[in-house]
Design a protein around this ligand. Structure first.
Ligand code: PEP
Ligand code: MG
Length: 923
């Protein structure tokens, strides 16, 4: 491969602007050498880098040049103007293509045509624009016909070009061209475009030009260079098109990256039956199986396959029609996969039996495929385990947990039709026929299945809202399939037994449905059913719950293999937030190494306890309260015994009661209504009196700002009898198990501490009651007393708090709330607004805010360690299960993260990736 160094000097040839030191705005590739390679993705975009790399590898690629992403950045910086010197460098680059192709751009004898295609560093399937056949004019189209001896092909290319250029560059709606085309097909009585005659195509060209004139009041440009200039501008502008912007928000791609523009000599897949175009994956992107997999259309051009307009044929068709080109394609994919050591997505065109590669990039895949490909490639010796671990995103791993249809119910359901299975899992929901309806229905709280003829990048908001999508046309590489795979949505495509009747109704199989009716879609088999089939747990969860033999589940084997590798490298431990023995068992099944947070209040909501709890709260004296607490104690003890047993010796952190007491009582407004109703109807006086008393107590406990009221350690401080009951339950459970010979190390955690005095007051109580319990049992147990760190004051006085606390666990839910002053229960209302307005990059309740909350955490860590070197540090806010926050926790040097049981596997992988990346940085 040619190095970037050589590239830069070589690229200076023939460009006066560059020679004067102006930046390099074009990177040529062709004739076996390129000014770039796969290591220049940031500058050349994925497509440009791939084309350059393939050229360097000696693979047959049409010559072309890439205008780098830096030009796009500059284009926007200068207010939508080409950067200085850029256009000047286009001409010499174009000459090099002309020389290589022995053709001339705009020439009536040997006309060169080019494609102008976007390509950013992250793949954004179909979100930006591409213009093919640039350079076709009234003169060059004649030259093209003469040169190829194929008038039909020349006219077909010309009508395609006018429609594409007219819509993308000149803004005429694409549907208007389609309407004219469909009208023509009807008029002459044909079904396929390939059945149109030269004269029909010629008429279409005229009608299309007329349409452009009417719609834009401008004549369709007939100068090749002007077309090129306009096409480049359109592609640069499409970076900021609505689709691209929405997609970037969804995928977290920065606006600042910009797109590259690739100008490539056209090769033609529409030159007859030995020509064609296609896309392929070197392995199955849905399952990860090692099968070369692709689709093609004979006598078709460029975007026809990806756009899903005609359902493509399998590659076997290509092998039959053009066996030599197919053999070369197979050899090429093998060479490329060995070279890139990854599953690739390829685009190719065959022009009269000769293969040309138009794109190679790392292929999008489902999570199921990602793990399979990564583990297979380790076995095949292509990559190392560390690399395999970096190849699977934590979210992709999460796809292993997607629900599947209940097999019994699926067997009973009414089968409608079958399409191609393109996205994992199972989805049942109400039919939406437009993306707008999908969004509305989602907002109304419905599960939605979006049904479309085919999806286009304009549908992206509806696809985001839907749990699954189903399309009539398009293959495994159509827009719906590619996007579905990437979003991890259930997706079935190419279901030709569907007919969208109008905007409200659709026929699926033999049955007609209205928007809002239920259907069920199986993304693994491609089957579609009527009704709302209940889902059941994924294979992984079935194994964890003991309902499926791990050896019988291939998915479980893959899942556990990659996680075992993760465990070998990660430094962070992963615990779970679990409140019940059942949750604790699931957490263990997912590999949790202890409980990082047991919210004891959740234990009081159970049916047999809430009444006792309410009576305890209603009690007016300490003695009365103790009476009810004594009833709660054995129940809590049983819970803790269950947790300890499930955790089999791993640490269990139990937090004392945290929420304000009124949360356990009925709502004030409901009680007021009850009282008023009883008063009006003259209901039983005993009942009325009870309600009045309850209301009076609720009013007494009412707080204007309960999140900052009597909660956390303030409860235990003002009502020490609550702390006493809980400590006794924790320690009695531990003592009883100790007597069975089990080692239990409870970690007793005090919530919402802001001052060392609070910590000391609660710790003294804990110690007193723990000792009293151990004395009663005649057993000594090692236990720790620590605190949640969830207030800014706790962070800045952590050195003082650590004099009393033996461990810290960051409660980043409250710490985020109190640092920002955003109510964690209400902030959703404005956070979206903040994100759209770019006031916030991410929701700080989902992804840890490193700048603010993170700084406070750092301060707390320094303070804690100063007083108590080696103090145990963890996190138990929701961020403990968010991959990017896990990376931050690794960087902070925490001992563990604690998250929901279902996120444990994701956190294990994220922690491993953080460790590997750190190791790589240090190298
Ligand atoms: C926290 O605040 O981060 C926390 C874990 O506690 P809770 O969510 O129960 O307030
Ligand atoms: Mg909290």
């Amino acid at each position: 491969m040619m190095s970037a160094q050589r590239t830069l000097t070589e690229g200076c040839e023939g460009s006066p602007a560059e020679m004067r030191g102006s930046p390099k705005w074009t990177y040529y590739f062709g004739d076996g050498a390129a000014e770039g390679g796969s290591d220049m993705k940031e500058l050349l975009g994925g497509k440009g880098a791939g084309l350059a790399e393939m050229t360097n590898l000696g693979i047959s690629v049409p010559p072309g040049f890439t205008i780098p992403t830096s030009a796009c950045v500059e284009y926007y910086r200068q207010g939508n103007t080409f950067p200085d010197g850029m256009w000047g460098q286009v001409s010499p680059a174009l000459h090099r293509i002309e020389k290589s192709m022995r053709m001339k751009f705009g020439d009536s004898e040997y006309p060169l045509l080019v494609s102008v295609r976007s390509g950013s560093r992250a793949s954004m399937p179909g979100m930006m624009d591409t213009v093919l056949n640039v350079g076709l004019t009234t003169e060059t189209v004649r030259g093209l016909a003469r040169k190829t001896g194929n008038e039909w092909f020349a006219q077909d290319s010309y009508r395609r070009f006018i429609a594409m250029f007219g819509s993308i560059v000149m803004g005429v709606p694409r549907e208007s061209f389609e309407a004219i085309l469909n009208g023509k097909k009807k008029e002459v009585g044909v079904k396929l475009e390939t059945e149109l005659t030269v004269e029909d195509l010629h008429n279409l060209v005229q009608s299309f030009k007329l349409l452009v004139k009417e719609e834009t009041k401008k004549v369709f440009p007939n100068d090749a260079h002007e077309q090129l200039r306009m096409a480049i501008r359109a592609v640069l502008s499409s970076w900021n098109g609505a689709r691209a912007v929405t997609y970037r928000r969804m995928e977290g791609i920065p606006d600042s990256w910009g797109t590259a523009v690739n100008v490539v000599a056209m090769v033609f897949g529409n030159m007859g039956e030995t020509s064609g175009t296609g896309v392929a994956f070197t392995r199955d992107p849905n399952t990860g199986e090692s099968n070369f997999f692709g689709e093609c259309l004979m006598n078709a051009q460029g975007e026809d396959v990806v756009a899903g307009i005609r359902t493509p044929l399998p590659l076997t068709e290509l092998a039959r029609a053009v066996p030599e080109a197919y053999a070369e394609l197979v050899a090429t994919y093998k060479k490329l996969e060995m070279h890139y050591r990854d599953m690739l997505d390829l685009e190719f065109t065959i022009q009269e039996g000769k293969l040309y590669m138009l794109q190679t990039r790392v292929g999008k895949r489902t999570g199921i495929a990602a793990v399979r490909i990564a583990t297979d490639m380790v076995r095949e010796g292509l990559i190392k385990k560390h690399e395999a671990l970096l190849r699977v995103t934590p979210d992709q791993l999460g796809q292993y947990l997607y629900p599947i249809f209940d097999t019994k119910e699926e067997g009973k359901a009414v089968f409608l039709c079958k399409g191609l299975p393109a996205g994992p899992g199972a989805a049942a929901g109400k039919i939406a026929l437009t993306p707008e309806r999908a969004v509305e229905m989602k907002v109304a709280g419905e599960r939605v299945v979006l049904v479309r003829e085919e999806t286009s990048p304009d549908d992206i908001h509806g696809m985001d809202a839907a749990t699954g999508f189903l399309t009539v046309r398009g293959g495994m590489t159509s827009h719906a399939a590619v996007v579905g795979r990437q979003m991890g949505k259930v997706c079935v495509v190419g279901c030709e037994d569907i007919e969208v009747i109008d905007r409200q109704s659709v026929r699926i199989g033999t049955k007609v449905f209205r928007e809002g009716d239920y259907i069920s879609v199986n993304g693994t088999t491609g089957k579609v059913y009527s009704g709302d089939i209940p889902v059941m747990d994924s294979e992984i969860i079935q194994v964890i719950q003991g309902n499926l033999d791990p050896k019988a589940s291939g998915k479980y084997q893959l899942f556990s293999t990659i996680l075992a590798w993760a465990d070998d490298v990660r430094k962070l431990r992963v615990r779970a937030n679990a409140d019940t023995p059942d949750q604790a068992k699931i957490a263990r099944g997912f590999g949790a190494e202890g409980i990082g947070l047991c919210r004891t209040e959740h234990m009081f909501f159970a049916e047999d306890r809430i009444t006792i709890m309410q009576q305890m709260i209603l009690a007016r004296t300490k003695e009365d309260r103790e009476k009810f607490l004594d009833q709660l104690l054995p129940l809590q003890k049983q819970d803790f015994i269950g947790l300890y047993r499930a955790m089999k010796g791993f640490p269990v952190t139990i937090r004392l009661l945290d929420p304000p007491l009124h949360e356990f009582l009925p709502k004030r407004e409901d009680l007021m209504v009850d009282v008023a109703r009883l008063e009006l109807t003259g209901g039983a006086s005993v009942q009325l009196e009870e309600k009045r008393q309850l209301l009076a107590r609720v009013e007494e406990l009412h707080e204007f700002n309960p999140m900052l009221g009597l909660r956390g350690c303030r409860l235990g401080i003002t009502m020490p009898e609550i702390t006493r009951m809980q400590v006794r339950a924790i320690m009695e459970a531990a003592c009883e198990l100790a007597k069975e010979g089990k080692t239990i190390v409870p970690e007793i955690m005090i919530p919402l501490v802001g001052m060392v005095s609070e910590m000391k007051s609660q710790k003294d109580l804990v110690r007193e009651f723990a000792q009293e319990t151990m004395n009663r049992y005649g057993v000594t147990i090692k236990y720790l007393v620590g605190t949640m760190i969830e207030l800014p004051r706790a962070c800045v006085t952590a050195d003082r708090i650590a004099t009393e606390a033996e461990f810290f666990s960051f409660g980043t839910n409250d710490l985020t709330q109190t640092t920002f002053g955003f109510s964690r229960d209400d902030a959703a209302k404005f956070i979206d607004f903040y994100r759209t307005g770019k006031l916030l990059d991410a929701d700080p309740f989902a992804t840890l805010d490193r700048e603010g909350v993170g700084s406070l955490m750092k301060q707390a860590i320094v303070g804690g360690r100063k007083t108590r070197p080696g103090i145990k540090l963890g996190i138990c806010g929701e961020h403990g299960g968010d991959p990017s926050s896990v990376v931050f926790c690794h960087e902070l040097g925490l001992d563990y993260v604690s998250c929901s049981p279902y996120r444990v596997a994701i956190a294990r992988l994220a922690a491993a990736q953080a460790a590997i990346r750190e190791e790589e940085k240090e190298k």
